[in-house]
Ligand binder design. Structure first.
Ligand code: PLP
Length: 394
């Protein structure tokens, strides 16, 4: 018997990152700057709170929307850090990571053929998740010379009568781009004018540097009612494995998302939810400590890359740098493959994040500084060897 796979799933390409990292895993002694995951373990006070909850026998299902106590903590946290007020009982849903929340929002909003716009280069899952929800992905290229932020006029150019939603992710994976509030306000005006819903993925919002404060698009007048605010604990709290995210949105949309969540997932794990309460209520100090460490690493990696001749903007957020590698004469994929094979350093080829990523590679600085230092040394040798190779040819 041959099993037939649904057309819209069969046609989704495998993630470029996954293919690449299968090769990395088959090699020894590789320094990986490829992974989008904090190298820190979850801060001890958060782990301890979860252990204590387990000891008290908290091992069952929770309400579909998530523990009411956690939803209150989320509401307070967002009010304090983002100045947006969400009603804990009707406007917040706890999900299995931001990943699930994005999927729920798209499935609840889209009819087949609705278009969803997103800025590219972007997180690898956006286009496939839109397709899986029967939507049509519509990328808008962002440019290195604009710091990879989204221009309102570029957004406006791709809007059609089928446009339904805009996905935003600032600070951005993979570029580290952030948006100035005035620019974001222009994007908000376009969304209001064209009646777009905004899915705002704020997962890196605590990881901004030089004291820069993140602004969510949901704060602008007329935006809270058309924004799905998506956030989670994976990155800033170093809690990727706990799988806790959340969506905040108008009650009717949360209700629709809850139906999908209820029948497909039931609820996020109670262990993760108990840990998340501690993280949101008392984790600020731990986040600040990790942010200081990331900022130090960022400063080091940006100067090292520029010194070796790879042009690299200093990202204002996230834990990624996105240097340009065109001066080496190699494509992103050849650069990454040769760097891996010749120097055992793994970086992600830019096109894994969309066609606009060609000419770049993504290096994560969520790796300990001593490792980053060795990786930069090896990469400088590699770039030097490439230069000598090309000088010999010409
Ligand atoms: N959104 C962005 C922009 C990401 O970079 C990631 C993970 O890398 C996610 C969402 C997924 O996060 P979670 O672990 O909360 O599912």
């Amino acid at each position: 018997m041959s099993i037939t796979i649904a057309d819209h799933i069969r046609d989704i390409p495998r993630s470029g990152i996954r293919d690449f990292f299968e090769i990395v895993q088959s090699m020894d002694d590789v320094i990986s700057l490829g992974i989008g995951e904090p190298d820190f373990a979850t801060p001890w006070h958060i782990r301890e709170a979860a252990i204590y909850a387990l000891e008290r026998g908290r091992t069952g299902y929770t309400s579909n929307l998530g523990l009411p106590r956690l939803r209150r903590s989320i509401s307070d946290y967002i009010n304090k850090h983002f100045a947006i007020r969400y009603e804990p009982l009707s406007e917040i849903l706890v999900s299995v990571g931001v990943s699930e929340a994005i999927d729920l929002a798209l499935r609840a909003l889209l009819n087949a053929g609705d278009e969803v716009i997103y800025h590219e280069p972007c997180y690898v899952s956006y286009a496939p998740t839109i397709t899986m929800a029967h939507g049509v992905p519509v990328p808008v290229r962002t440019r290195a010379e604009d710091g990879f932020s989204l221009r309102a006029e570029d957004l406006e150019k791709v809007i059609t009568p089928r446009s339904r939603a805009l996905m935003l992710n600032f600070p951005t994976n993979p570029t580290g781009a952030t948006m100035e509030p005035a620019e974001l306000e222009k994007i908000a005006a376009v969304c209001i004018r064209h009646n777009l819903v905004v899915l705002s993925d704020e997962i890196y919002s605590e990881l901004t540097y030089e004291g820069a404060k993140h602004t969510s698009i949901a704060v602008f007048p007329g935006m809270k009612e058309r924004t799905v605010f998506l956030h989670g604990l994976s990155k800033a709290f170093a809690m990727t494995g706990w799988r806790i995210g959340f969506a905040c949105a108008p009650a009717p949309l949360i209700e629709a998302m809850m139906k999908i969540h209820q029948y497909s997932i039931l609820c996020a794990s109670i262990m993760g939810q108990d840990a998340a309460i501690e993280a949101l209520d008392r984790g600020e100090h731990s986040v600040a400590q990790m942010r200081r460490e990331y900022e130090m690493r960022r400063n080091f990696i940006v100067s090292a890359l520029n010194e070796m001749g790879l042009e690299c903007r200093c990202p204002r957020g996230s834990f990624y740098v996105f240097p340009k590698i065109t001066s080496t004469g190699l494509s992103s994929r050849d650069f990454s493959m040769r760097l891996l094979q010749e120097k055992k350093v793994a970086v992600v080829p830019g096109p894994a994040f969309g066609a606009g990523g060609e000419g770049h590679v993504r290096c994560s600085f969520a790796t300990a500084l001593p490792q980053i230092k060795i990786a930069m040394q090896r990469m400088a040798e590699f770039v030097g060897e490439l230069k000598r190779e090309s000088a010999m040819v010409s």
